[in-house]
Design a protein around this ligand. Structure first.
Ligand code: PLP
Length: 415
């Protein structure tokens, strides 16, 4: 039984939408682009959505459009996919990695505060400009705390929500998020009047947020991403930057700034439109698969199943378990190899960014600076996870994992 780590979920609807585009002359910058952007904005609850050709391009444009540049510092997490830090390096901005929370695996607000206070005490020139939280594996970060810190030190929030389309964070009338929303989006605030408890989709809490649509994400456009914001000027700037620095009403060959070709074709947008129509069904399927895994694995010795926050609503991106202290990194790697040999797709999400060879070379980082990030990343195993995973496949994966754990335990006894 061969079981891939992930797999897109394409139905007749997706095929129909794509074929429909191919019968029109508008393969790029056509009606599917604007419709996809409108539907994304409506779904997440932002004023503007700007589609781009990858999540990475979206993050890059955020850094660029916010005017972050050489020598500026942005606080972020090392326990993430490389793109969330690389987007800073493109603009010579320095990523400051702080440690994560052991349960949520997201950036720790305490560690953010600690870093800022230390750097205020020692630096005359305050270079920290923004916080870039990543909602890792679809789990919302502690946004109330992050908003408070950002307000206190006048920092911009750039949300990497590439793994978290559909995840939600709660607010009540006393929360930092509620005050933040009412202050920042006056025309939207009626939406929230006298509601004591409401929910806000992640990605729409910061100044800007980015979602990604690579085939392993909750929904896919093949390749693609989208930036969301409530800021009209930024939205215009994003549209210009993704399209060679053109202004929207200007002539095709008039360029007012250095832009890029980060456009997303109408074929990709058509795929995205079909997927977005099915988003509720997709997220529900994923939640059910995670629940099945949880039920089978919750009592398994030496395994920690994913943390489920009692506060916010996660959107399942991957299913990642952690081994406990009794296993070394080498043993985890052998378990991955064992699963792989059984044709079960699996991976070590995430090796820390700060220990990637290019980051070590550029910044001289060494092991030991982010103990929780490093501890967790040596123990994670991402198991097969996609919308159409069958119950018997889940059972087979869990059985195989148990056997591989046992093999490693026995070897420990022998040596
Ligand atoms: C997927 C992902 C991105 C963007 O990836 P692309 O492949 O460029 O679309 C960025 N950040 C995180 C955390 C991701 O998981």
């Amino acid at each position: 039984m061969r079981i891939p780590l992930s797999q897109p979920d394409i139905t007749e609807l997706e095929l129909k939408y794509i074929c429909d585009v191919l019968r029109t002359p508008n393969l790029s910058l056509g009606p599917n682009l604007s419709k996809f952007e409108e539907n994304i904005a409506r779904y997440v609850g932002s004023k503007y959505a700007i589609a781009v050709n990858s999540g990475t391009s979206g993050l890059h444009l955020c850094i660029k459009a916010l005017g972050l540049s050489e020598g500026d510092k942005v606080i972020t997490t090392s326990f993430s996919f490389i793109a969330s830090a690389n987007c800073l390096l493109y603009e010579k901005v320095v990523p400051i990695f702080v440690d994560i929370d052991y349960n949520t695996l997201n950036i720790s607000p305490d560690k953010i505060e600690e870093y800022i206070e230390k750097s205020i005490a020692k630096e005359r020139d305050f270079k920290i400009k923004a916080i870039l939280p990543v909602h890792v594996f679809g789990q919302p970060c502690e946004m109330d705390r992050i908003i408070e810190i950002a307000n206190r030190y006048n920092l911009i929030i750039i949300e990497d929500a590439c793994e978290a389309l559909g995840a939600e964070y709660p607010f009540d009338s006393n929360s930092a998020l509620y005050k933040h929303i009412s202050k920042n989006s006056s025309s939207n605030s009626s939406l929230f009047h006298d509601s004591t408890v409401g929910w806000r989709k992640v990605g729409t809490i910061g100044k800007v947020g980015v979602f990604a649509f690579y085939p392993n994400k909750q929904i896919t456009t093949g390749e693609g991403g989208v930036i969301v914001t409530d800021d009209k000027e930024l939205a215009c700037l994003f549209r210009s930057l993704r399209n060679q620095g053109r202004t929207e009403n200007n002539k095709w060959l008039s360029h007012v700034r250095i832009g890029y070709n980060y456009r997303l074709s109408d074929i990709n947008c058509a795929l995205g439109l079909a997927q977005l129509e099915r988003i509720n069904e997709i997220l529900q399927k994923r939640a059910e698969i995670a629940k099945l895994y949880n039920e089978i694995l919750k009592d398994l010795e030496n395994i920690k199943i994913p943390f489920i926050s009692p506060k916010s609503k996660m959107s399942w991106f991957v299913y990642v378990v952690q081994l406990d202290d009794s296993f070394s990194k080498e043993q985890r790697d052998k378990i991955l190899k064992g699963l792989y040999e059984r044709e079960i797709g699996c991976n070590n999400y995430f090796p820390p960014i700060h220990l990637q060879p290019i980051y070590v070379k550029m910044f001289g980082y060494q092991k030991g600076i982010l103990p929780i990030t490093e501890y967790v990343s040596e123990r994670t195993i991402a198991l097969p996870f996609h919308n159409n995973l069958k119950e018997e496949e889940i059972e087979y994966v869990c059985k195989s994992l148990k056997q591989e754990l046992l093999i490693q335990k026995r070897q420990r006894r022998i040596y």
